[in-house]
Structures are given as structure tokens and as C-alpha cells.
Design a protein. Structure first.
Lengths: 148, 241
């Protein structure tokens, strides 16, 4: 066996070890590295009231209500499996709207309403001109079809 | 590849190739950038803000591509002892770090009007910042070892660092799939693109243009290092008399 081949095998073995270690670390981080809790996580694990977390999901269509003071809004956040009510006082980002993604920072009150201190808008991976808006989108194939 | 172990043979090809990469690259960047700014329609959701895409995506691609290049060069240096590999790794580091920084900056500028924040510690942003720090570490290691007569290349320790750091590349790529994140999921996958064709085509131009440019910068830097080596060798001969 030539020295070159020895080095190649050594380098490949080291590479496999590094990738293995990296994947192990990443899978251990699976929960800790999540940027926000989805409503289903909240329902499954339970988050005690008052604990500062981020809650992420979609704003349920038709759930957005503006209070009389003009700056307080109430809306429901869903991930398709569970839905949580949320409340926020302040200026929401432009992209925050019904049917769109949201990441809210804050904590739950005793009644299970999420009191947000800050709202971030999360948009999906689609980019398109206004003319194409409203077409049916399949997230797994990236295909767009005109509405029937 | 060992045909290019001889620097003279490498230079004979690298010299004209630099121009062939640089000028078409620049033209593609300008044309793609202008089309992205003035020709394509605004996004349905983000409006005009979406146009920063045409710089942000190529910068991200080259920041990650640069480190992939460093890892390949490191492997060639450690296993085949290719004399140009160490020089290539060193030449890639600075433009790679630059494009990573551009990606982070344009992303931050883009995040403020769309997400409502300059910076958040989500998986994608954090792993990209780690990539920038890896580049800075690599450059520091390469500078420290070059003084020990590594002929303008990088030491084996630096190469090993380049190889180990490559683990971050798949992590960046998968960060928006593995973890909940503020950054949206991948738009362009093997199955297709969720960027409508009307908005997508200038991205192809800038992506190719910046890539050609990156290649030109790397070749220029490799030629500079080789020229410095030559000067160094001549000075040493003169000093010996």
C-alpha cells in the first residue's frame, strides 16, 4: 500500500468520523435549536405561564380582531395540528396578516392566551408577481396551478 | 490534476483564463443586476424589497461554495500533496469570507422590512455567522503558518481545519428543514423552484456572473502568491550570493 493510499484512507476515515459527530450533535440539538414553539409543541409539552418563549405558526384566517384602542390585536396561531389564541399591543410588521406566518415573542398568561411583546412576520419560500397571487400552490412539488 | 503540479503550466492557462472569467462575469452581474432592479415585476407580498435576492442568493451560494472549495483543496493537499492545493485554499479564503459577509449584510437589510428584525438567532442565520467565523479562523491560521516557510500556501493544520469546518456546509443547507426557523425554507430544490419564472431568470445571470467573478479573483490571488514565491526564492538566491 502506497503512502498516498494510506493518507486517503486516513482522511476518509476522519471525514466519516467528523460527519458522524456533526450529525449526532445536530440530532441532539433537534429540540434545543428550534427557533420557536409551534402550537402543537405547546399542547404536547406544556409551557408554564410567564415563561418567555417564541410561538410560531400561521395566523388563522378570520381570527384577527382589532381592539377599540387601535393598537391591541387578537389572533389565533395554528400549525395545522393545534391552535392557540394570542394578543399583541403595538406595531406589527407590514407582512403580518391573516393566512401568513408569524413568530411572536412573549409568554402565556394563566388562561392560555399568548401575550406577545414583539411580532415578527415569517413568509414562505414563494416569490411571484402579483398576477400569480391566489394560484394553488403545492409546497412539496413547488407546482402552481390556476384555481378551478 | 497533477499536470498542474508545475506552476509554469498552471500559469500558462491561468493568465488568459482570469480575463475570460472576469469580464463575462462582470457583464453578467451588471446585466442581471439591472434586469433584477428594473425589468422583473415586484413580488406579490414583499413588493420591491424582493430585488435584494439577486445579490443575497449568489453571495450565500459563493460563501458556502468557497468553503467547499477549501475542503476539496485541503483533501488534495493532505492526500495527494498537490503543490497548488495549499495555494488554492489560501486564495479562496478571502473572497469566500467577503461573500459570506455580503450574504449576512444583505440578509439583515432584507430582514428588517420583511420580518421586522435586523437579526435573530435562528438556525440559518447562526450557522451562516459561524461560517464567517470559520473563514476568519482559517485566514488567521493560514497567515500564522505562511511565515514558517509554507511557500505561500497553508500548513497541514490549516488544511485539517478547512476539512473539519466543512461539516458546517450541510448544516447551513439543512438548517431551515431540520429546525423551526424565521428564515423560509428552500425555494429552489431538485423538484423545482417556487420562485416564479418572471422573477427567477435574472438570478441565473447574477449567480453565474458572481461565480465567474469568484473564479477570477481566486486565480488572481493564486497568481499573486506564486509570483511572491518566485520573488522570495530569487531574494534568497541573491542573499546567498
Amino acid at each position: 500500500m502506497k503512502a498516498k493510499h494510506q493518507r486517503l484512507i486516513l482522511a476518509l476515515a476522519a471525514l466519516v468520523a467528523i460527519i458522524g459527530a456533526g450529525l449526532l450533535a445536530v440530532s441532539a440539538l433537534k429540540d434545543e435549536a428550534a427557533y420557536f414553539y409551534a402550537p402543537a409543541d405547546v399542547k404536547a409539552k406544556g409551557v408554564e405561564p410567564g415563561k418567555a418563549i417564541r410561538l410560531g405558526g400561521m395566523v388563522v384566517g378570520g381570527s384577527l380582531k382589532r381592539a377599540a384602542d387601535g393598537v391591541t390585536i387578537r389572533f389565533d396561531v395554528t400549525d395545522g395540528k393545534a391552535t392557540v389564541p394570542a394578543m399583541f399591543s403595538g406595531i406589527a410588521p407590514d407582512l403580518f396578516k391573516e393566512g401568513s406566518g408569524v413568530v411572536a415573542e412573549g409568554s402565556f398568561d394563566a388562561k392560555g392566551t399568548f401575550i406577545a411583546t414583539n411580532l415578527l412576520a415569517k413568509h414562505d419560500e414563494r416569490y411571484m408577481p402579483r398576477e400569480l397571487e391566489g394560484m394553488n400552490y403545492n409546497a412539496s412539488t413547488h407546482e402552481m396551478k390556476a384555481e378551478q | 490534476m497533477h499536470r498542474f503540479a508545475n506552476p509554469a503550466r498552471f500559469l500558462k492557462i491561468a493568465r488568459p483564463l482570469t480575463g475570460w472569467l472576469f469580464w463575462p462575469g462582470l457583464a453578467l452581474i451588471l446585466v442581471g443586476g439591472a434586469c433584477g432592479l428594473f425589468v422583473t415585476p415586484a413580488d406579490y407580498l414583499q413588493g420591491q424589497t424582493v430585488r435584494i435576492l439577486y445579490i443575497h442568493v449568489p453571495a450565500a451560494w459563493l460563501g458556502m461554495g468557497g468553503w467547499t472549495g477549501i475542503a476539496v483543496a485541503a483533501l488534495m493537499q493532505l492526500v495527494w500533496r498537490h503543490p497548488l492545493a495549499a495555494i488554492a485554499g489560501r486564495a479562496i479564503a478571502a473572497p469566500g469570507a467577503l461573500f459570506t459577509a455580503i450574504c449576512l449584510m444583505t440578509g439583515s437589510i432584507w430582514g428588517r422590512p420583511t420580518w421586522g428584525t435586523w437579526w435573530e438567532w435562528d438556525g440559518r442565520m447562526t450557522s451562516m455567522l459561524v461560517l464567517l467565523f470559520l473563514y476568519l479562523g482559517y485566514i488567521a491560521l493560514a497567515n500564522a503558518s505562511a511565515r514558517d516557510g509554507q511557500a505561500g500556501g497553508v500548513s497541514n493544520v490549516t488544511a485539517i481545519f478547512g476539512l473539519v469546518g466543512a461539516i458546517n456546509i450541510p448544516i447551513i443547507n439543512r438548517s431551515v428543514v431540520w429546525w423551526n426557523s424565521l428564515h423560509q425554507g428552500p425555494s429552489i430544490t431538485l423538484r423545482g423552484s417556487s420562485i416564479a419564472m418572471d422573477l427567477l431568470w435574472p438570478l441565473g445571470l447574477t449567480l453565474l456572473g458572481f461565480s465567474l467573478w469568484f473564479g477570477a479573483i481566486v486565480l488572481m490571488r493564486m497568481r499573486t502568491i506564486l509570483a511572491q514565491n518566485k520573488v522570495e526564492a530569487r531574494m534568497q538566491r541573491l542573499a546567498r550570493g
